[in-house]
Design a protein around this ligand. Sequence first.
Ligand SMILES: Nc1ncnc2c1ncn2[C@@H]1O[C@H](COP(=O)(O)OP(=O)(O)OP(=O)(O)O)[C@@H](O)[C@H]1O
Ligand SMILES: [Mg+2]
Length: 268
Amino acid sequence: MSQPPLCRIENLSVTYAGAAHPALDTISLSLARHRSLAIIGESGSGKSTLARRLAGLLPANAATSGTVVWNAGAEVQTDTTFPRSGRDIGYVFQDPGASLNPVLTLGEQVAEGAVRHLGLSWKEALSHARDLLEQVQLPHPSALLKAYSHQLSGGQRQRVAIACAISARPNILIADEATSALDTITQAAITSLLDGLVRESGMTLVFITHDIALASSLADDIVVLKSGQLVEAGKATNVLSNPAHAYTKSLIAAHLDLSTPRLIESVP
Ligand SMILES: Nc1ncnc2c1ncn2[C@@H]1O[C@H](COP(=O)(O)OP(=O)(O)OP(=O)(O)O)[C@@H](O)[C@H]1O
Ligand SMILES: [Mg+2]
């Protein structure tokens, strides 16, 4: 029997104060457990708004309607506070420089989530942070605990940001264009890291990307947004090999025009 979805979103709308149109317009979709969902669409289509709504991180000027039900259909719903940002949901932002604090050591930043949400002492949490830095494949993790973000490259900073996001062992990891500020080789390494984390830990991954090739290589499921509307949703292989909507076709065609045979190869 298939598991109930981790989250069911029904008729979700989000409108920012003063905006002529809603940023999200009556969106409905389900988030499956232990799978990775790619949210794709052009700039301004509402991808980050959807991710922030899931994480409870919308700003005060956003008015929302509709329902977001977590653990829908689960027999026991004991924890009414689920999900809590930081504890249950880790969030990785596009710009790793902006998400790290320049005056705190990397160890303090990675350990903080474990102190706050797992109840570890600082000593225990720093040891946990060292393990996390190793898990995100950073060299010399013990020395890095005492280092600062300016001492790292962009790709290394993004690895630290991922370590911070998974410090409290969240069920859900949201990556909002986590690789788009990086060079192609580093993008591939971070993508493979995210993929490994999801497969190993059973986390549910929601990632936002403009890059349809990235979506094809990492996502189990895909949602396509256009001007705040959901135009397509389904299994990644189906959506990419047999897109139903003209907009999705144009996104795929735009990618193929630009470049490589990677997408063709990755779609069975
Ligand atoms: N904090 C905000 N206040 C007001 N309007 C906002 C805010 N954040 C986003 N918007 C508007 O909501 C719409 C959707 O924005 P959103 O950031 O969700 O798009 P996006 O798909 O993530 O775009 P991008 O690919 O450029 O990151 C846009 O019209 C944007 O200008
Ligand atoms: Mg965005």
